[in-house]
Design a protein around this ligand. Structure first.
Ligand SMILES: *Cc1c(COP(=O)(O)O)cnc(C)c1O
Length: 440
């Protein structure tokens, strides 16, 4: 064979990690606690008890370095096609004429189309154990709502999804998919909640935002003890569940003798970036690697590159505690022409802390340049990346092109967070030239 030996590195089903990795245990400066906006004091688990079950809250606050993955969760991860391969983007390297090596972790191979199932499974499992009958949630592009509806079904839990209205109108097939998986879906803001009704009245014709959708989902959960809320990104327990990606990647890199100089992932709320990079970041904090970590965000919601590092609400209506994070402000509404995903106003407190403490850095791209990078990936590697994932691809290509100029033989490893086969509308706009800059 003329392909390099490390073209694809796989692991066996038994190699699915047995423990999640918690970066909070290793951060040089500890995380700032969440704050109750009413009292101004650190928010205890009791105050969030109406939204989340106990096990999830314990993980949210935990400082244990490793947390056991329940056997039922590991079993179900097999059905999400875990372990996912680590593949070399050999044709992309050739096309770019770069001396750099480029590898990517394939979260696009999940039957749900993205990495989101990794935490959806864990959250559905713990809520089922706690006797919860319904989970409410928000979704932006639609992947999270799809993932939660799909796996909740496995644990006999119902799902109610509030989908950002602009995105709901653009993507009618998402509704069908979520309903096929047994979920109920409303465009947000909706007339289904008090907050939604009020917001609709004050902002007629609004395209909605993730912050508004989160508020609606929290309102429904707070009113019924048998209903809990589930968040697809941002919070510490979500980052924790996603570390199966990075733990597998570390095993694969060890197996194929790949020593990364740079690890890259896109970042909306930070779960793909955190899940992919945190295990290796732990090694960096211990002085065992020089690897750089790059979070690629969208210029439509550039929290880390243009926002402030401060306490802010996770939602628009004030159900969540104040979190110390990079933020554009909780009432921020991204440009309505934006098709590239990654539109959350804030950023995971753990990812924010890593950037603030100089362990990772962020770059921001406009959708015009990321879709161009995505189209190059389609042509060379034959995979249609999710619009979100094209931000990571753009960062990897930029670094590989830089290496062509300097002659550096760097090893670049990025996470392909999902496929874009359900998000072709953005690509259509890119192809017919109607796509506009989405920077606000
Ligand atoms: C949701 C999503 C993202 C962004 O969310 P993070 O929490 O930042 O990972 C990125 N890529 C895909 C494919 C997604 O579905």
């Amino acid at each position: 064979m003329s392909l390099p030996k490390d073209i694809r590195t796989t692991l066996d089903v038994e190699d699915i990690p047995k423990k999640w990795y918690n970066l909070a245990a290793d951060l040089p400066k500890p995380l700032e606690p969440p704050i109750n906006p009413k009292t101004g004091k650190p928010a205890g688990p009791e105050e969030l008890g109406s939204l989340f079950c106990r096990e999830i809250l314990e993980q949210e606050m935990s400082l244990e370095r490793y947390i056991d993955i329940p056997e039922e969760v590991r079993d179900n991860l097999v059905y999400l096609n875990r372990p996912s391969p680590l593949q070399r983007a050999y044709r992309l390297e050739k096309y770019l004429k770069t001396p750099a090596k480029i590898y990517f972790k394939r979260e696009d191979l999940s039957p749900l189309g993205s990495h989101k199932g990794n935490t959806a499974l864990a959250q559905a499992y713990y809520n089922a154990e706690a006797g919860i009958h319904t989970l409410t949630t928000e979704t932006g592009a639609g992947q999270w709502g799809t993932a939660l509806a799909a796996v909740s079904n496995l644990f006999d839990i119902k799902t109610t999804v509030f989908m950002v209205r602009g995105s709901y109108d653009q993507k009618p097939t998402r509704k069908s998919l979520i309903e096929l998986y047994g979920g109920t879906i409303y465009p947000s803001p909706s007339a289904h909640t008090e907050f939604g009704k009020k917001y609709l009245k004050e902002h007629p014709g609004t395209v909605g935002s993730l912050g508004v959708a989160i508020t609606e989902a929290c309102e429904v959960a707070s009113k019924d003890p048998g209903t809990c809320y589930s968040l697809g990104s941002v919070l510490n327990h979500v980052m924790l569940h996603q570390t199966v990606i990075g733990l597998e990647a570390m095993e694969q890199m060890k197996k194929a003798e790949i020593e990364p100089d740079m690890m890259i992932a896109c970042a909306g709320g930070g779960s793909n970036f955190g899940g992919f990079c945190f295990p290796m970041m732990g090694e960096k904090i211990k002085g065992r690697t020089e690897c750089e970590f790059v979070a690629a965000e969208s210029k439509a919601a550039p929290s880390m590159t243009e926002g402030d590092f401060r306490y802010d609400l996770g939602d628009t209506g004030g159900y969540t505690p104040l979190l110390m994070m990079y933020t554009m402000g909780h009432d921020y509404v991204p440009s309505s022409v934006h098709a590239g995903g990654l539109r959350y106003h804030g950023m995971s407190p753990l990812v924010s802390a890593a950037v603030n403490q100089g362990i990772a850095r962020a770059v921001a791209y406009d959708q015009l340049e990321t879709f161009e990078a995505g189209a190059m990936f389609v042509k060379t590697e034959g995979i249609v990346p999710a619009p979100e994932s094209t931000h990571a691809i753009k960062a990897a290509i930029d670094e590989a092109v830089r290496c062509r100029k300097t002659g550096e033989e760097k090893t670049i490893v990025f996470c392909l967070s999902g496929h874009g086969l359900l998000d072709l509308k953005g690509y259509s706009e890119y192809l017919d030239g109607s796509m506009r800059s989405s920077a606000n």
